[in-house]
Design a protein around this ligand. Structure first.
Ligand code: ZN
Length: 206
């Protein structure tokens, strides 16, 4: 792509770093921003800057939060001994939308993926194991997407917790393998949490 302006080229290059944004889309977005009033682009950059600088992660579940203990963890209405293990905030939002789940979450921050160079130490697995060791959790529900990375991550955690006093289950899938949780419809997702199956049972069937 040939640019008549270095400034334009730089903006397009930065924009095209975003996932799912190719050079053409990046150019379209940058040209769109250029047409907006300055106040609007300023609001956008300010929001992104403060997001990056001020964002916090809940000290208990690691979900993105504006305070040190998120609303879900702080709520007296939630069952604190029931913890649903998810990849990121999108899964928390999807499960919250079902209104079927009253426990807490543990946000891993990703899945183990040797291909992408993501190992267990890059995720919040150690803190999960700690919580189980301290006897704070009676049941863990694995709700990672049923991809190879999701299965690997579930199994790794399962091995780490072997011998500890905790029930482990996995959400029952009406969801096709490889589907991401956030795309599952609310009824299916809600039902799959209520109809969860023991994790060891899920190992034998696969
Ligand atoms: Zn929390």
């Amino acid at each position: 792509m040939e640019f008549s302006s270095k400034l334009l080229e730089n903006a397009v290059r930065e924009m095209s770093q975003l996932p799912g944004i190719g050079k053409r889309t990046a150019l379209r977005l940058v040209l769109h921003l250029l047409k907006q009033p300055e106040s609007q682009t300023r609001q956008l950059t300010a929001a992104l800057n403060s997001l990056k600088e001020e964002v916090k992660f809940c000290r208990n579940c690691h979900n993105i939060s504006d305070v040190s203990l998120c609303e879900i963890c702080a709520s007296p209405k939630r069952e604190k001994e029931l913890v649903c293990v998810v990849e990121d905030i999108r899964d928390v939002m999807a499960i919250e939308n079902t209104s079927q789940y009253k426990g807490l979450y543990h946000v891993l921050g990703g899945k183990i993926s040797p291909m992408e160079g993501i190992g267990p130490q890059d995720l919040t697995i150690a803190s999960l194991v700690d919580k189980v060791r301290q006897g704070e959790i009676s049941e863990l529900i694995f709700a990672l997407s049923s991809t190879m990375e999701g299965d690997t991550t579930n199994f790794y955690i399962y091995k780490q917790l072997e011998g500890l006093e905790v029930k482990m289950s996995t959400i029952a899938r009406g969801i096709a393998v490889g589907d991401e949780l956030e795309y599952a419809d609310e009824v299916t997702l809600g039902r799959s949490i209520l109809n969860r199956i023991p994790f060891e049972g899920s190992l034998k069937s696969s």
